[in-house]
Design a binder for this molecule. Structure first.
Ligand code: NAD
Length: 503
């Protein structure tokens, strides 16, 4: 049976306050945000990618729902922005504990909603969501504010203060992982917020609302409005009381949001698409590189913005690499997300599967060779009607071909040989994107030389997807504007005021 979701808005459904005093907070707050139907009463079906059945009925929210959420968030900001860091930290830690206690339930829901292997949701997605809350909860206890003294003239200090109501918009590939990567720093910094998760994957965010209530998060601090991007999402971006927008999604959507925010002078953080290079030199540790490249190519069905979808291999090991890579790719198990042996699950939607398969056709039209995969998988047990395809390797394409330039965002990689450092740098930097790159070499000088010339926000050397939340995360060029992490997320959700006292 499909679950019917509801918006989560901090206004009481009926007039008359219901006041609960949280045991953590020194102020009196109304807790227990309300689950409410969308103003227009409309819902749309969100499919289960593993079999095409209806998984959830999602509120088709519009401007009226965003207005209600903005009113609730603005009201809550008055009190929440004045809570102490210790108070906020305690609540965030409680959220993390409550979520961790339900990892199995959340992982099952995430896998069902998104199509990713259950094992991945259990090992990566939900644990990382818990970590997001803990990481920002503990950071705020140790933040130091800047102070200076001007030789007996003036004593100066910087006050960091939350900007106001934040609009958070997240994508479908890592639903709870990325939504909490925004939610946690937003509320840790004292902002209140309205989250609009992707219309394809709303379920785990909706489940999290229950945890917010249990953790004693005051009503209206987090609000969620579910629905479509151009309707609910656009209303959120345009709302005059929403002072800042943190968006993760495609570059085309990022452009629309950028244009909408500019005349309103809203603060913006845009984490956008990628077409990441995986650069393999002949002196690399071959086995480690091969194993990691399997993951960087096909983990989460290749639906990770950081996947390395362009693989450049030094010509002297090109044939050896391609043969080994093909062999391992052909061994990958594509299957039902809940099957423990599954390594590659279902793609997010039929439309996305069609788009990804379209690139396989395009590669052939561009003179490319399908070395492995390129076909749908229709024999998945209990998953007929699901959106499955074999992991696909393309060769015979140039670095300027569309398959090597455009973000495919599925289990499809292009492998291209190179001869010199200069050539591979030109290949790697030739796209409009600049999110990340992986570099494989045992020559330290070369690692430093090439890393310094890559036009990307993250370079991994002899590894992939290792995340330290203390480092700046974000993209260059069409991959985004701004950085997330510590202290970057706080710089975004807070403004700074310089106070200067005459001595
Ligand atoms: P998308 O841009 O289609 O949607 C992202 C979110 O924006 C969704 O919640 C959607 O409803 C909303 N949206 C769509 N149109 C909108 C509008 N006009 N106004 C406001 N909101 C709108 O992206 P997607 O298909 O959900 O996600 C895949 C993309 O996200 C890929 O390009 C991927 O690379 C990127 N991504 C980037 C990162 C990163 O950290 N850089 C991480 C994950 C995914």
């Amino acid at each position: 049976m499909a679950t019917t979701l509801s918006n989560f808005i901090g206004t009481p459904p009926h007039p008359g306050p219901v006041t609960v005093v949280s045991s953590v907070l020194t102020q009196v707050f109304e807790t227990d945000g309300s689950f409410v139907a969308p103003a227009n009463g409309g819902y749309f079906d969100s499919p289960n990618p593993s079999d095409g059945s209806v998984n959830a009925r999602v509120p088709d929210s519009d401007k009226r729902d965003v207005d209600a959420a903005a009113e609730a968030a603005s009201r809550a900001f008055v009190g929440w922005s004045k809570t102490t860091r210790a108070e906020r930290s305690t609540i965030l830690l409680r959220i993390a504990d409550l979520l961790e206690a339900r990892i199995d339930e959340f992982a099952a829901a995430e896998s069902k909603d998104q199509g990713k292997p259950l094992s991945l949701a259990k090992e990566v997605d939900i644990p990382r969501a818990c970590h997001n809350f803990r990481f920002f909860a503990t950071y705020i206890l140790h933040m130091e504010d800047k102070k200076t003294e001007m030789d007996g003239v003036s004593l100066n200090f910087v006050q960091k203060y939350p900007v106001g109501v934040a609009g958070l918009i997240s994508p479908w590939n890592l639903p709870l992982y990325l939504a909490t990567w925004k939610l946690a720093p937003a509320i840790a910094s004292g902002c209140t917020c309205i989250l609009k998760p992707s219309e394809f994957t709303s379920v785990t965010c909706w489940m999290l609302c229950d945890i917010f209530n249990q953790a004693g998060l005051p009503r209206g601090v987090v609000n969620m409005v579910f629905g479509l991007g151009p309707k609910a999402g656009a209303a959120l971006v345009e709302h005059p009381d929403v002072k800042l927008i943190s968006f993760t999604g495609g570059s085309a959507t990022g452009e629309i949001i950028y244009k909408s925010c500019a005349p309103r002078f809203k603060k913006m953080s845009l984490e956008l698409g990628g077409k990441n290079a995986n650069i393999i030199f002949a002196d690399a540790d071959f086995d480690k590189c091969l194993a990691t490249t399997m993951a960087s190519s096909f983990r989460n069905q290749g639906e990770i913005c950081l996947c390395g979808s362009r693989i450049f291999v030094e010509r002297s090991i090109y044939s050896k690499f391609l043969a080994a890579f093909k062999q391992k790719t052909e061994q990958l198990v594509v299957g039902h997300p809940s099957d423990p042996s599954t390594q590659v699950g279902a793609l997010i939607s039929k439309a996305h599967l069609d788009k990804v398969m379209g690139y396989v056709k395009l590669a052939q039209q561009e003179g490319g060779v399908v070395e492995s995969g390129g076909n749908l998988v229709t024999n998945v047990v209990n998953g007929s009607g699901g959106y499955y395809m074999r992991p696909t390797i393309l060769t015979g394409l140039t670095s300027t071909s569309r398959c090597a330039q455009e973000e495919i965002f599925g289990p499809v990689v292009v492998v291209i040989p190179f001869d010199t450092e200069a050539e591979v740098l030109e290949f790697a930097n030739s796209t409009q994107y600049g999110l990340s790159a992986s570099l494989w070499t045992t020559d330290l000088n070369r690692a430093i030389r090439i890393s310094s010339s890559l036009e990307v926000g993250t370079v991994w050397v002899n590894q992939w997807m290792v995340r330290d939340l203390n480092l700046p995360f974000g993209g260059s060029k069409a991959s985004g504007i701004g950085r997330e992490g510590v202290p970057y997320s706080f710089d975004f959700f807070c403004d700074e005021r310089a106070v200067m006292i005459a001595l």
